[in-house]
Design a protein around this ligand. Structure first.
Ligand code: URA
Length: 248
């Protein structure tokens, strides 16, 4: 791998800035200054590369779990609005770590939805997790305006029609709280597909003016949101979490 690509992949700067920095002797490989951007690293994973004296380790893939806050877009970048990848970038840069440029979210949560979102640069894993045929379980906590009854649970279990043309696959709904007097219910819903606004539409399809007031994803397949992460916080996936996802 070329030295300038190695540094660009790891988010040290743009390719042209990196070329300039290399020419100015700011980059060392295995203890020696290298002034050629086209220098080839035979073993990028084990090379000791420094930029301005700071080590830059090469990772082929990176995997993060983010507790997405409401109000942030599930996208890699956007001209106007903050994205989930911006949160990772800001967080890492605030601790002096440069961030690779090829991260993206695995699927989407609505702008107002909170909770578990995986962020990676591993396109193959993402593709597998999102493939409709895999029916990966996604568990959500929802607060709903209105009373949810056992009959509603049955309608979700049977596969509710939520659009002129769309019928949901059977979904599990567990009532956590449902009080006539409060007029608000709390439920846990497990779906195995991920169409646009799916849960919001499924709840609205129950009728009676019921609607989602708050939605948070708790888990996706084998990975559960770390309760230590406040909205907007993230961490790397642990080895065991990654292994379980890959085994899916
Ligand atoms: N269902 C929704 O309606 N919104 C989400 O963000 C996720 C699932």
């Amino acid at each position: 791998m070329r030295l300038d690509k190695y540094l660009a992949d790891m988010g040290v700067g743009t390719r042209s800035d990196i070329k300039k920095a290399i020419r100015k002797s700011r980059v060392c490989v295995n203890g020696s200054v290298v002034r050629d951007a086209a220098y080839v690293l035979d073993e990028p994973e084990t090379a000791q590369v420094t930029f301005d004296g700071k080590p830059v380790a090469y990772e082929v893939f990176a995997y993060y779990m983010l507790n997405k806050p409401a109000g942030v877009l599930s996208a890699a970048e956007d001209r106007q609005e903050a994205t989930v990848v911006d949160l990772i970038r800001q967080g890492e840069e605030s601790t002096g770590i440069s961030v690779r440029t090829d991260l993206f979210p695995v699927g989407r949560l609505d702008k107002d939805t909170e909770g578990l979102l995986l962020i990676t640069n591993d396109g193959q894993l993402s593709h597998r997790l999102l493939a409709p045929k895999h029916h990966i379980d996604k568990v959500y906590y929802a607060k709903i305006a209105g009373v949810i009854t056992d009959r509603d649970v049955q309608r979700f279990a049977a596969g509710i029609r939520y659009d002129e043309t769309l019928t949901a696959m059977p979904a599990d709904m567990k009532i956590l709280k449902s009080h006539e007097t409060e007029g608000v219910s709390e439920v846990e819903i497990t779906i195995r597909e991920g169409k646009f606004h799916q849960i919001r539409k499924m709840v609205a399809a129950l009728g009676g003016g019921r609607e989602v007031l708050y939605l948070k994803r708790i888990s996706m397949g084998s990975v559960t949101l770390d309760p230590a992460l406040a909205p907007g916080e993230y961490r790397r996936l642990r080895e065991d979490e990654l292994a379980a996802l890959k085994a899916f």
